[in-house]
Design a protein. Structure first.
Length: 124
């Protein structure tokens, strides 16, 4: 495949392009948690305790800009904001699940055991 430009960045293949949209430590875990329900910022932060507030905010913005999630702000005090996965985001869940399952297989192969987590943080 020939190289191509998108938003001023040069890409060499579609995998690189897709990973630039979904890659990193936090975007897939955020999408995974939004796959079945609408969540507020605080709920996401509680579900992903090791992410900083700054990083969660930036990752949510990027996912919204790329069309993977929507952000709905309610005109109340204190502000209420909800995040919902979009159709594009739902299509990505198949990929996230495949990577997750592959990761679980690799963990088993090398002898890493999954740690038990409190029910509210456990991935399904």
């Amino acid at each position: 495949m020939p190289e191509f430009l998108y938003n001023g960045k040069l890409y060499y293949n579609p995998v690189e392009f897709a990973m630039d949209r979904l890659g990193g430590t936090w975007k897939m875990p955020i999408l995974w948690r939004l796959k079945d329900k609408v969540m507020r910022y605080g709920e996401l932060k509680k579900e992903i305790p090791h992410i900083t507030h700054k990083m969660l905010t930036s990752q949510l913005r990027e996912l919204e800009e790329e069309g993977f999630i929507t952000r709905r702000v309610y005109p109340v005090v204190p502000p209420k904001v909800e995040y919902t996965i979009t159709r594009r985001g739902q299509r990505a869940i198949v990929i996230v699940e495949a990577i997750r399952n592959y990761g679980l297989e690799l963990m088993k192969e090398v002898g890493v055991e999954r740690q038990k987590q409190p029910k509210s943080r456990r991935e399904k």
